[in-house]
Design a protein around this ligand. Structure first.
Ligand code: SF4
Ligand code: SF4
Length: 148
């Protein structure tokens, strides 16, 4: 998926950022730029095309924090964008109002997206981090009938 899935290694070690000072060593009043160069209009640029500096959290992965992860099932999704609106970590990838999947580099596994997904069955469900996505999709639950 367009270079945004969780396969890239963008952690501290890969960036060589161990050599940078830690958060508790930064002097008061110092300016830490989130972007390299001119950032005019950056809010209108998709995250993967922004010129982030090494100090920006976008360049680091937090995937190792997760115990459970959301798996996305396109078969049931109605592109309502609820998950995109509610995700506290901007980890739902949506373009032109079409849900594309999860940014596993930044998703922390909080489950909010799964909770707010309105479809039956849900189009986002939580699985143990070690579960393969194909395995999760193969065992997706059936539609629940309404109680009479
Ligand atoms: S589990 Fe939480 S952080 Fe991950 S995509 Fe869903 S809402 Fe976002
Ligand atoms: S909340 Fe569910 S149905 Fe709506 S866009 Fe997200 S995955 Fe699709």
């Amino acid at each position: 998926m367009n270079g945004l899935d969780g396969t890239e290694k963008r952690g501290i070690k890969e960036l060589g950022a161990e050599k940078l000072v830690g958060w508790d060593e930064v002097e008061q009043g110092v300016v830490i730029n989130s972007f390299e160069g001119d950032a005019t209009g950056v809010a209108n640029v998709h995250a993967e095309n922004r010129n982030y500096s090494d100090f920006n959290s976008y360049t680091a992965t937090v995937a190792s924090w997760r115990v459970i992860k959301p798996v996305y099932n396109r078969d049931y999704c109605i592109d309502c964008q609820n998950c995109w609106v509610w995700c506290p970590d901007s980890s739902i990838i949506s373009r032109d109002k079409q849900m594309l999947g999860i940014d596993y580099d930044h998703c922390k596994g909080c489950q909010v997206c799964s909770e707010v997904c309105p479809t039956n069955p849900k189009s986002l469900l939580m699985f143990l981090e070690a579960t393969e996505n194909d395995e999760a999709l193969a065992g997706w639950p059936e539609k629940k009938e309404k109680e009479k």
